[in-house]
Design a protein around this ligand. Structure first.
Ligand code: NDP
Length: 282
């Protein structure tokens, strides 16, 4: 039976450490979130982020824009936060409404305040092997693998999904950690065969119970990023109950990757505060 990679426990411990570090420092980190519209899932994620801020002693402010806000309004909001000397980190909750050009909004965030790690400059640094701010979900996954001393170097890793927030940066982080990485997506031929080769499998598709035991190599480490609703329950991309019987380690949903994402956001915000304080002192 697989080891359960307990993201909740690991994240809680990380948050407690961070709280102490903030208390012991002269830092008073400040995060701003920007949301457009009233999508219930997005509102819930933003609430969770503000709650984590409170838990660790980060001041946070939330800006809510109307559902019909044009790109210009969202960009102007971000530019104002860039100029605000009190703000260390800016998080724009995605997805933005369809009329908003998300790429323009992300590019407007100052790279030094880009605690989500989505700015092209930060993604470029990550892909060139010199990471600075890296996207929270894949970074949290790397921290969880480290917490359970799962060897990454030399392993064969398969990432299913190639989004800019999860799949692509995940592949870069694994590559930087010396794994041999295959990225799969909806056009991948022989998908099952590719997945079955994984020592470390990361699924970020968004399809309930897509990954079945027949697709998983016995002994593989299985990381489930997916958040899906099935019969009124929150489930991942992986058929957890069946796959845990053959995997060596597996993340649950909920309680796996999600809490690690939020803990990483808190760490990135502290880091941004620290670097901005140092910059000001020089
Ligand atoms: P996207 O929709 O942006 O990307 C999904 C990816 O999965 C795409 O690359 C797509 O391929 C691929 N895909 C879809 N269907 C298949 C298929 N049948 N076979 C192979 N590949 C497929 O989603 P995200 O990356 O943003 O998120 C993925 C999941 O992770 C979602 O459930 C989301 O809610 C969850 N998530 C969880 C987080 C957490 O903290 N736990 C954080 C972020 C996301 P193609 O590119 O070809 O279309």
């Amino acid at each position: 039976m697989a080891t359960i990679l307990d993201g909740k426990k690991t994240a809680d411990r990380k948050l407690a450490v961070l709280r102490e570090k903030i208390e012991d420092s002269a830092l008073s980190p400040h995060l701003a979130t920007v949301i457009a519209g009233t999508d219930p899932a997005s509102l819930m994620y933003v609430r969770m982020k503000h709650k984590a801020c409170e838990q660790v002693g980060i001041t946070s402010v939330g800006i809510t824009l109307p559902e019909n806000a044009p790109t210009r309004t969202v960009v102007d909001t971000v530019l104002e936060l860039n100029r605000d000397a009190d703000i260390d980190g800016i998080l724009v909750q995605l997805p933005l409404p369809a009329q908003v050009d998300s790429r323009r909004v992300i590019a407007a965030v100052h790279p030094g305040k880009d605690v989500d790690g989505f700015h092209p400059e930060n993604l470029g640094l990550l892909f060139s092997g010199r990471p600075k701010f890296t996207p929270c979900t894949p970074t949290g996954i790397m921290a969880l693998l480290a917490e359970y001393t799962i060897p990454v170097a030399g392993s064969r890793a398969v990432v299913v999904g190639r989004s800019i927030d999860v799949g692509r940066p995940m592949s870069a982080l694994l590559t930087n950690a010396d794994a041999t990485v295959t990225v799969c997506h909806s056009k991948t031929r022989n998908l099952e065969e590719e997945i079955r080769r994984a020592d470390i499998l990361v699924s970020a598709i968004g399809k309930a119970h897509f990954i079945t035991p027949a697709m998983v190599r016995p002994g593989a480490v299985v990381v489930d990023v997916g958040i899906n609703h099935l019969d009124g329950k929150l489930v991942g991309d992986v058929d957890f109950e069946a796959v845990k019987k053959i995997a060596s380690a597996i993340t649950p949903v909920p309680g796996g990757v999600g809490p690690m994402t939020i803990a990483t956001l808190m760490e990135n915000t502290c880091r941004a505060a620290k670097e901005r304080t140092c910059d000001r002192a020089l």
